[in-house]
Design a protein. Structure first.
Length: 343
């Protein structure tokens, strides 16, 4: 089967997995009537922000699509608009999951303790992660199937450009909103009214919570989506223009490998997410580390098999391994300097 079709199919499986996670979250108790009412207000505020932001971005997207189709090519324009659309959809999925998971995490912590709260919180974040990875795989997979030839793959760069455009505005727009709401709530509450931070008597706290969702969920999700698809497309582009140009079989193997690696990566991520239920009674920080290791080990093992089953040189696997280890070390260093000894 064509690598692009494999990626698209497993991307669809990832979306179904994310849907099951979302449904499992919604089945949990949302707590008291007061908690439910507050959660609904925050949810409605976040969705209103997204609707307003996306309605403005739609104008920008249509204009850029027209310019790309006119000056560069229709296929590039189509890839651009679909990349932007996928980024928007990922933001909507993540926002709905986050605003539903937040209150249920609080209810689980109150009624059942830390392990139950960790499962819900992690699942809420996993919906966003799986939506980002799955939509990226579906989009890049379909376009790799259609434009996988080295001469036509240039069109797919439009998909990454569409994702980058949404990431630019969603990250900045969400960041401005959340910081403005945060500062406003602090000024009104702590300075003017003399009440504690995040006090429920301060209406601005609702705006602050809405801002946290739109900035850290939709904005961050769009940023991750752009990085994810951009990295895949960049690696494939390098392979398409590399020295293997005179050896079609080798060039196609190198072009397919980045897509196949992230395809097995999404399967490894599913196992990592499910492993949370096994380790949920441990310290939350330790659980997050272990889940990362589970996904990484599975992905690296599958990558080693892929590299050895194709004409790709073994050094590529070592590059993937070193990059993966570097990412884990960066995470551990950040955790150390923000939650351990020096703090």
């Amino acid at each position: 089967m064509h690598p692009g079709l494999i990626a698209a199919i497993l991307g669809l499986v990832g979306l179904i997995f994310a849907a099951f996670l979302f449904l499992s979250i919604k089945r949990k108790s949302a707590g008291t009537k007061e908690m439910i009412d507050l959660a609904e207000i925050i949810h409605d505020g976040a969705m209103v922000f997204l609707k307003r932001e996306y309605s403005i971005l739609a104008i920008f997207i249509v204009v850029v699509f027209a310019l790309l189709a006119w000056k560069i090519g229709l296929y590039t324009g189509i890839c651009f608009i679909s990349g932007a659309f996928c980024s928007m959809i990922a933001g909507v999925f993540g926002m709905k999951a986050a605003t539903r998971a937040n209150v249920r995490t609080a209810a689980a912590a109150k009624d059942s303790g830390e392990p139950a709260a960790l499962k819900i919180a992690f699942s809420g974040g996993a919906v966003m992660g799986m939506a980002v990875a799955s939509l990226g795989l579906i989009g890049v997979g379909i376009y790799f199937y259609l434009f996988g030839d080295p001469e036509t793959f240039k069109y797919v760069s439009g998909f990454a450009m569409g994702a980058s455009s949404i990431a630019l505005f969603a990250r900045v727009g969400g960041g401005i909103f959340t910081k403005a709401a945060d500062v406003g709530a602090d000024l009104v509450g702590k300075v003017e009214a003399g009440i504690p931070e995040d006090d429920p008597r301060n209406p601005a706290v609702i705006a602050d919570n809405v801002g946290d969702n739109v900035g850290d969920t939709a904005g961050m999700g769009a940023d991750l989506f752009e990085s994810y698809v951009g990295s895949i497309i960049a690696a494939i582009t390098i392979a398409a223009t590399s020295m293997w140009g005179n050896i079609p079989e080798a060039r196609m193997a190198y072009m397919s490998l980045p897509l196949l690696i992230v395809t097995v990566g999404i399967v490894a991520s599913m196992f990592g997410i499910l492993s949370v239920h096994v380790f949920s009674k441990m310290n939350p920080a330790a659980v997050l580390r272990i889940v990362t290791y589970v996904g990484s080990v599975l992905m690296l093992a599958a990558t080693y098999v892929l590299v050895n089953a194709t004409p790709v040189v073994t050094q590529v696997f070592w590059a993937v391994l070193i990059g993966n280890v570097a990412g884990i070390v960066l995470g551990l260093l950040t955790e150390y300097y923000t939650a351990a000894g020096p703090v």
